[in-house]
Design a protein around this ligand. Structure first.
Ligand code: FES
Ligand SMILES: [Fe+2]
Length: 373
């Protein structure tokens, strides 16, 4: 297992950005334990339903704030009160900002040290996303809007997340895929590429790829799958796929430890022009399954490969070095991000000349589709 330092990505162990940390449906009214970025965390919903994410361990005597079924704090439904979480051990209570706001058996001032870390979170498109920044700054990269989530009346079927679990891979190996033109034929069954490019725009990078495909299109010889994939920040990859149905794929990978990630996949499918029937929803789920299987082909390689600290690159590979330089901006102080962006911004075309007509994305425009944060 190789670590951030082995790839010489920068001084930060983990990248700055937005990360998927839980599915909305796994966070009920019970706090849950999470581990990401080498830290134990407690995720809970306040009584308003808003999710909050705080450090796991109580500063009093170190109890975990989340998993407990037997304490009378939990049985008496005092575990979450308002937007605060109460420790199951002696009942100290912490607000979503991490400050202790009640010690039930003390009328003295609450000690300043009675404080835990907390992180900015947002709930969107069926998932809970956290902002992580080793410098502790506010978000400077947008969280995508995933607007199709609210476009059911236009025929979109919402995704359900596929959890690929924990993989012993550094996230840079997943990001390398953006440049990896030459795995498309052997791994994914593409044939007859007509176009491949990467475009770098600040915190975004895209990959546009047109080719025949053995699985996600019908069997006619001239059927073409267009895939336009783009990262917004270091860990949220979306792809607009032409194929049998227009669809939006998501791959989200979050560091668990240095060199270990957890990965989720999902696909929203436009299956009709109006609100989809149950039958159409089932077809969309089948289509998502085909997409999940395509990612599983990559995962099988990642699970068994040794780390590629350096790549033995030849000219007709894709621009791996440029993608890694782009990725380094997230491992360096944000004041240095502009230096990395300046080095990579622009377009690299490896197959074809002009982008085919009917291009689906313009990553600058995708930015306008992002909301909030
Ligand atoms: S350990 Fe949390 S209140 Fe004592
Ligand atoms: Fe792939």
């Amino acid at each position: 297992m190789a670590k951030t330092a082995d790839y010489e990505l920068g001084p930060h162990m983990f990248p700055r950005g937005w990360f998927l940390v839980a599915r909305s449906d796994e966070l009920t009214d019970k706090p849950i334990a999470l581990r990401y970025f080498g830290q134990d965390m407690a995720l809970y919903r306040g009584q308003s339903g808003t999710p909050h994410l705080v450090e796991a361990y109580c500063p009093h005597m170190g109890a975990h704030l989340a998993p407990n079924a037997t304490s009378y704090i939990v049985r008496d439904r005092e575990h979450v009160q308002g937007e605060s979480i109460r420790c199951p051990f002696h009942g100290w209570r912490f607000g979503p900002d991490g400050r202790c706001d009640d010690i039930p058996y003390s009328s003295q001032a609450i000690p300043k040290a009675a404080c835990i870390r907390s992180w900015t979170v947002a709930e969107r498109a069926g998932a809970i996303w956290m902002w992580y920044d080793e410098e502790g700054g506010a978000p400077d990269i947008p969280l995508p809007a995933f607007a199709e989530w609210d476009a059911q009346d236009a025929g979109w079927v919402r995704w359900r997340f596929d959890d690929f679990g924990t993989l012993p891979a550094h996230p840079v190996e997943i990001v390398d895929n953006m440049a990896d033109l030459r795995h498309m034929d052997p791994i994914h069954g593409s044939r007859g590429e007509t176009y491949f490019d990467n475009e770098f725009v600040d915190h975004r990078v895209s990959q546009s790829f047109w080719a025949g495909h053995r699985t996600l299109v019908d069997d006619s010889p001239d059927a073409v799958l267009s895939s336009e994939a783009f990262y917004t920040g270091p860990a949220i990859l979306q792809a607009r796929l032409g194929g049998q149905h227009p669809s939006l794929m998501l791959i989200a990978h979050t560091p668990v430890e240095d060199g270990v990630i957890r990965m989720h996949h999902a696909l929203m499918v436009k299956i009709a022009d109006t609100r989809p029937s149950e039958e159409q929803k089932a077809s969309a789920r089948d289509y998502q399954e085909a997409s999940r299987l395509a990612l599983a082909q990559d995962v099988e390689i990642w699970l068994n490969k040794r780390p590629a600290r350096t790549i033995l690159q030849i000219p007709t590979d894709g621009p791996f070095g440029r993608v890694r330089t782009w990725y380094r901006q997230f491992y360096n102080p944000r004041s240095d991000a502009a230096t990395f962006r300046k080095r990579v911004n622009g377009r690299d075309v490896r197959v074809g000349t002009a982008r085919p007509a009917g291009a689906l994305i313009d990553i600058r425009r995708e930015e306008e589709l992002t909301g909030g944060f």
